[in-house]
Design a protein. Structure first.
Length: 299
C-alpha cells in the first residue's frame, strides 16, 4: 500500500480528452499551415531565385541577400522603420497608460470617455489617413502662415526633415486606444483593498502608482509593448495614405518597400529576400522583448 501511494501517476495518463477539441483544433491548424506557413515557405524559396513573380526563373542562391545588405535604400528603410517604431511604441504606451489610469479613477462619464478614446481604433487607417493628409496639407500650413511659423507654413508631408512626424502622429493617435483598453483591463484586476491599505499608510499618488499599480500590471505592460512594437514595425497604411514613401524615399518603411518594389518594379525575388530578413528581425525583437520584460516582472 505504501508503494502504491508513493507511485506518481501522470495527470495526462488518466485524463480523457473530448474528441470535439481535436475536431476544432486540427482543421484550424491545417488552415493556418495552408494560408500562413506554406506561402512563407514558398516566399523563402523564391528569395533564392531571380523570379519576377511570373514566367521562368533560375536558382541563384544567396545573391539576393548579399545584394540587399549592400543596398543603401533597404538600409535606410530598416533604420527609418526601427526608429519610428521605437518612438511610436514609447509614445503609445505612455499615453495609453496615462489615459487608462485617468479613466480608471473616480470621474463622471468615464464610460463615455472610454468610448470616445476607442473610436479612432475602429476607423480604417487608410481612410482616416487621407483625412489627416488633407489636414497636414491645407489647414496646418494656413495656420502656420497666419502665426508666422516658418516650419509650419509649408506642408510637413513635403518636407524631408519633417515628413516622419505625420506618420508618427497618425499611428499614435489611432493605436493608443488599444493600449488604453489593455491597460484598463489590467488596472481592473487590482484589488481596491490594496489601495485602501496604502492610503492608510500615507502613500502619495506617485508612490501608489510606481510601487503598487505599475508592478501589478506588469504582464499587461509586457504584452502592450510587444504588440505596439510589432504593429509599428509593420507600418504600411500610414505611409500609403500620407507620403507614399516620399519625399525622395525618406519615409519608406520596410513593409512599404517590399510591397511597392516587389509587386511594381520587378523585384519579386529580391523583396522576398527582404521579407524573409524582416521576418527574422521581427521574431528576434519579439523574443528579446518578451525575455527582457518577463525578467523584469519577476524582480
Amino acid at each position: 500500500m505504501a508503494n502504491a501511494r508513493k507511485k506518481k501517476v501522470s495527470r495526462f495518463s488518466t485524463r480523457k480528452v473530448d474528441p470535439a477539441f481535436y475536431w476544432m483544433t486540427v482543421p484550424a491548424a491545417i488552415l493556418v499551415c495552408i494560408f500562413l506557413y506554406w506561402p512563407f515557405l514558398q516566399g523563402a524559396f523564391y528569395s533564392l531565385t531571380n523570379s519576377q513573380g511570373y514566367g521562368s526563373w533560375d536558382f541563384i542562391g544567396l545573391k539576393n541577400y548579399i545584394a540587399m545588405f549592400s543596398d543603401s535604400r533597404v538600409g535606410h528603410a530598416y533604420l527609418f522603420t526601427i526608429v519610428m517604431a521605437v518612438i511610436i511604441t514609447i509614445a503609445q504606451n505612455f499615453l495609453g497608460l496615462f489615459l487608462a489610469v485617468l479613466l480608471n479613477s473616480r470621474i463622471a462619464f468615464k464610460n463615455g470617455f472610454r468610448a470616445i478614446y476607442f473610436i479612432p481604433y475602429t476607423l480604417g487607417v487608410l481612410v482616416i489617413g487621407y483625412v489627416f493628409k488633407y489636414i497636414f496639407m491645407v489647414p496646418l500650413p494656413a495656420l502656420g502662415q497666419a502665426l508666422g511659423i516658418d516650419w509650419l507654413s509649408t506642408s510637413m508631408l513635403t518636407n524631408p526633415d519633417l515628413a516622419w512626424f505625420p506618420i508618427v502622429f497618425l499611428s499614435v493617435w489611432q493605436g493608443v486606444a488599444y493600449s488604453t483598453l489593455l491597460y484598463l483591463a489590467g488596472l481592473q484586476t487590482i484589488d481596491t483593498e490594496v489601495y485602501e491599505a496604502a492610503e492608510i499608510d500615507g502613500v502619495n499618488a506617485w508612490q501608489m502608482f510606481w510601487r503598487i499599480t505599475f508592478p501589478l500590471i506588469g504582464p499587461f505592460f509586457t504584452i502592450n509593448m510587444v504588440l505596439s512594437l510589432k504593429g509599428a514595425l509593420g507600418m504600411f497604411d500610414q505611409v500609403v495614405a500620407l507620403t507614399g514613401g516620399g519625399p525622395d524615399s525618406k519615409t519608406e518603411t520596410v513593409s512599404y518597400l517590399i510591397f511597392s518594389n516587389g509587386l511594381g518594379n520587378g523585384e519579386y525575388a529580391y523583396q522576398m529576400a527582404n521579407a524573409v530578413t524582416f521576418f527574422i528581425v521581427l521574431a528576434v525583437l519579439a523574443f528579446v522583448q518578451l525575455k527582457f520584460f518577463s525578467s523584469k516582472e519577476q524582480i
